[in-house]
Ligand binder design. Structure first.
Ligand code: SF4
Length: 187
């Protein structure tokens, strides 16, 4: 897209990472370029079980337009997704399925827990509902609300983008990350 069109439609082009610039060249760190690419091409897997999922539909639709974030390609296959968005009440019976979906996702993967139900069980303090998905999988960002407004979804997504942008290439091989997964019994 030309800069003129971008200016007229008020679309901002992603900011380039810091680096050395001169006539005909630009040099920067490989990890910064990878972070920039990852942050602006997240492929979300919407794991929506109830009302929070309906609000997600509004977030994806034209008014809020998730395509601005390079996220219009929703993935219903875990192997082609890197952002798991859990939205809605998760019954304990659903827990193993959610965990299997997480385990099938390739690294690097991020998890966004959207709404009170996914984050803490919400109003369903009962025997059949999981009191927060972080009991079975690690969560990167929590979005509060019942349901959250689309603006809150977007804020959560932008926080995931920050994580993706600033993550070191080797984080997923680090002992700390392996310890985190092991604490959930995930190899
Ligand atoms: S947090 Fe509220 S809106 Fe979201 S799934 Fe639970 S009850 Fe529904």
């Amino acid at each position: 897209m030309s800069k003129e069109i971008a200016k007229r439609s008020k679309i901002e082009i992603a900011k380039a990472p810091d680096g050395l610039e001169g006539p005909g060249f630009f040099a920067t760190k490989l990890s910064d370029v990878i972070g920039l690419a990852r942050a602006n091409s997240l492929w979300p897997l919407p794991f929506a079980t109830s009302c929070c999922g309906i609000e997600f539909m509004a977030t994806v639709a034209s008014n809020y337009d998730l395509a601005r974030f390079g996220m219009e390609r929703l993935s219903f296959s875990p192997r082609q997704a890197d952002l798991l968005m859990v939205m809605g009440t998760i019954a304990k019976k659903m827990g193993p399925t959610l965990r299997q979906v997480y385990e099938q996702m390739a690294e690097p993967r991020w998890v966004l827990s959207v709404g009170a139900c996914a984050s803490s069980g919400g109003i369903f303090d009962t025997y059949s509902v999981l009191q927060g998905i972080d009991r079975i999988i690690p969560v990167d960002v929590y979005v509060p609300g019942c349901p959250p407004r689309p603006e809150q979804y977007i804020e959560g997504i932008m926080k995931i983008q920050e994580l993706a942008k600033n993550e070191t290439i080797r984080r997923r091989d680090s002992p700390e990350y392996k310890r985190l997964l092991n604490s959930y019994g995930i190899e």
